[in-house]
Design a protein. Structure first.
Ligand SMILES: NC(=O)c1ccc[n+]([C@@H]2O[C@H](COP(=O)([O-])OP(=O)(O)OC[C@H]3O[C@@H](n4cnc5c(N)ncnc54)[C@H](OP(=O)(O)O)[C@@H]3O)[C@@H](O)[C@H]2O)c1
Length: 317
């Protein structure tokens, strides 16, 4: 993706968990995040060239966008790129729900344009996609991407935008060692062939693939992510142990290896950073080259875990 400041960094930074911060969180992650901590993340990320920030209205119902803008205060708009989403499932009933949702995001983000605007979970592609065209023409959004769309839906969105001289510039799907449906469905190949950037989200399976959590030290009690992952942590142990061992030899963590894997597969991972120290891992991950055998071994271990981590919002592809 070309942007106001050049090319996209090797990884984008995700702020879903930031919607949990402060008093108004949605409790999905059960993270203890503070404004000062988020500012520290931003400073470290920006100074290391990780300048693309992914958010969405639905991450804490506006909270993530608001705290992201606060944490970015003082940086010139040209120094960072913003990626946020139109979520059809919460569309209003006004004349133009897409423009309305975008305006509210722009307001929270304290800006007059978004670098990359996504149609979030697919609903009715033919209904929502044309609504993006005037927003592109007015410069309120620079580029359009589609998230959680299957191959047919991606092609339809691209065709609709194409009629007005635009295109689907990026695809954003769940893609991790444990969840490779976009690869099996040919979406990765499609993106490669058409020079469409593929952004992989939940590369770390919300913490379950970082090595930090294991059966004796589960994900935060009471959080939604704990309800999804804690029961399967025993099945993930062989994989996370091997990731840690591969990482150790290269001065990296299991999370760094998961990230390096996603980069090696030709994707741009969106990493949900919650601590400034996570940036060290990202910087290192960028420099790790995994051998073909490492990739094959990790994928075999992931398959052997026999788990399905498809998000409740995702359709079968
Ligand atoms: N389009 C969509 O439908 C969709 C869906 C899901 C996500 N996304 C996007 O993708 C982003 C990433 O997904 P995600 O945040 O759900 O999950 P993720 O990136 O798989 O995992 C994030 C969690 O991993 C831990 N972590 C992050 N970096 C780490 C590091 N270097 N070392 C160790 N642990 C690390 C943190 O957990 P602790 O805080 O417990 O340490 C963090 O909450 C989201 O923030 C969002 O922007 C998009």
């Amino acid at each position: 993706m070309t942007s106001t400041t050049g090319t996209t960094p090797a990884a984008a930074l995700g702020t879903w968990a930031w919607g949990d911060s402060g008093e108004v969180g949605d409790g999905y992650f059960g993270s203890q995040l503070t404004g000062a901590g988020l500012r520290e993340i931003v400073e470290k990320a920006q100074s290391n060239g990780f300048t693309l920030w992914d958010t969405a209205v639905v991450y804490g119902m506006g909270r993530s966008e608001t705290v992201l803008a606060q944490a970015l205060k003082g940086y010139a708009r040209s120094e960072y790129q913003l990626s946020t989403k139109f979520t059809p499932q919460i569309a209003g009933d006004g004349d133009d729900p897409v423009a309305d949702m975008l305006e509210q995001s722009l307001d929270r983000l304290g800006t007059d344009y978004v670098d990359l605007y996504w149609i979030h979970n697919t609903a009715d592609v033919a209904r929502w996609t044309p609504r993006l065209i005037p927003l592109l023409q007015r410069g309120r959004i620079k580029q359009v991407g589609v998230s959680n769309h299957n191959l047919e839906e991606i092609a339809l969105a691209d065709q609709i935008l194409g009629e007005a001289g635009f295109r689907v510039e990026a695809v954003q799907n769940h893609y991790s060692l444990l969840y490779r449906s976009s690869e099996r469905a040919g979406i990765l190949e499609h993106c490669r062939e058409h020079d469409v950037r593929f952004f992989s989200y939940m590369v770390l399976e919300q913490g379950a693939l970082t090595g930090r959590y294991h059966p004796d030290r589960p994900l935060p009690e009471g959080s939604s992510r704990a309800a999804v992952y804690n029961d399967i942590l025993p099945q993930l142990q062989a994989l996370t142990d091997r990731m840690a061992a591969i990482g150790e030899a290269r001065g990296a963590s299991a999370a760094g290896v998961a990230t390096a894997w996603a980069i090696a597969k030709g994707t741009t991972p969106i990493i949900g950073v919650t601590k400034a120290s996570h940036l060290d891992g990202l910087v290192r991950a960028h420099g790790i080259e995994l051998a073909e055998e490492d990739i094959a071994e990790l994928e075999a271990l992931a398959d052997a875990a026999g788990v399905d981590t498809r998000g409740s919002w995702e359709h079968e592809r």
